[in-house]
Design a protein around this ligand. Structure first.
Ligand SMILES: [Zn+2]
Length: 384
């Protein structure tokens, strides 16, 4: 029998407490509280990446889920709308079973999902009944809700139609809608007004309207996409009135870092103003994973640098997404499912902490996963 002293995440207190992890070979025998003790290792419920794209080959930007899965301490990867009703059966029957990491998904309101980045270009793919039937008829347990992308570069002339249809599907099914809100039109004030308690705004700290983003997206400084209607946070980090009203109704927030959706100034101000109740996710896909995003722990490290505590960052990849996604038992027995990590100083060999606009976040410390516990089995990712 081996004993590993750890700092264990106490979910109720949202704080770390000393504990002993009992191991026998690769079997985890349980976790025992202690009154005192030091350790460089932190034991938490399994990390959840609540927004990524893991339907490679059949979509514009998918990556294999295991690329951002257990090897990075992530136990659950949530695919955000890669599949629509027409492409979901292949995702469910052939792609997901090939992964080791657990996967759940939001179904795109477009039948074709993210086969292209313009899933609503042909309005015939906006098919409410097809989405409702797909979700209602699915017995896999994979689907958590509906995904809609409601920003100018994606909806083009479809305007509010995808958003309205997604909400209608969510109402019919009694499930949440995850809405990608970045640049307008349509104005975020209009889209947020439709969102219900339990719906999720992803890309919560986007910087649009932001000329840099539009230039990066190849649209140039196009005033069409620079409407002030799309500002979600005031400069002091407080929510603008439409977002404030949505949050008061119970609308939820997700980071969805991605290639164009984390503005460090916006995030730092909101965190400085006390905003904490959001999930941290990567929005990892083929065009950002090796350059900006890297992994969920790396994204978490950026939020440490932006002013959150280690316990707050931990809650944002465990407790908070579990609640948002309705995964009631996720944070239960850490002897069955857990992530073990340490925090070390950032070195010149580490990639820079870039936000989605390519600006470096001064930092800091790096959260480094060192082991996972899965189904009671302990697997080291690096020497302990
Ligand atoms: Zn995404």
């Amino acid at each position: 029998m081996e004993q590993l002293p750890v700092q264990m995440f106490d979910v109720a207190a949202r704080a770390f407490r000393p504990a002993l992890l009992h191991l026998e070979g690769d079997r985890c025998l349980g976790v025992e509280h202690r009154t005192r003790g030091e350790s460089e290792y932190y034991l938490t419920p399994g990390f959840i990446d609540s927004h990524a794209h893991v339907y490679p080959g059949a979509t514009d930007l998918g990556i294999p889920a295991d690329r951002i899965g257990l090897s990075t301490g992530v136990h659950l990867v949530v695919d955000a709308g890669s599949a629509g009703s027409a492409s979901f059966p292949c995702f469910r029957d052939y792609v997901v079973p090939s992964y080791q990491v657990e996967v759940r998904a939001f179904l795109n309101i477009s039948r074709i999902g993210l086969i292209t980045k313009q899933p609503y270009y042909d309005r015939r793919n906006l098919d409410l009944q097809a989405a409702v039937q797909c979700l209602r008829g699915d017995r896999s347990g994979l689907l958590l809700g509906i995904k809609v992308l409601s920003s100018g570069l994606i909806v083009e002339d479809a305007g509010m139609e995808p958003m309205r249809m997604a909400i209608e599907a969510g109402q019919a099914l009694g499930c949440p809608v995850m809405a990608h809100l970045v640049e307008g039109p349509p104005p975020n004030g209009e889209t947020m007004a439709l969102m219900r308690a339990g719906d999720i705004i992803t890309h919560a700290f986007h910087g649009a309207p932001n000329l840099a983003a539009n230039q990066k997206a190849g649209t140039g400084p196009n005033p069409k996409y620079c409407s002030l209607d799309n500002v979600m946070w005031n400069a002091d980090g407080t929510p603008t009135p439409p977002l404030e009203a949505a949050l008061a109704r119970g609308v939820l927030l997700d980071v969805g870092h991605g290639a164009a959706s984390l503005d460090q100034g916006v995030a730092r101000a909101a965190i400085g103003a006390g905003v904490r109740n959001f999930s941290i996710s990567t929005d990892a896909h083929i065009r950002n994973v090796d350059t900006v995003v890297h992994s969920l722990p790396y994204t978490m490290s950026k939020f440490l640098a932006l002013g959150m505590t280690l316990a707050e960052v931990t809650a944002s990849v465990t407790l908070i997404p579990a609640r948002q996604l309705g995964l009631a038992d996720w944070c239960g027995d850490l002897g069955q499912r857990a992530t073990l990590f340490r925090v070390r100083p950032k070195t010149p060999e580490d990639p820079p902490f870039l936000d989605a606009y390519g600006i470096e976040i001064p930092a800091g410390q790096v959260i480094e996963p060192v082991a996972v516990v899965r189904k009671g089995r302990f697997t080291a990712l690096s020497p302990i």
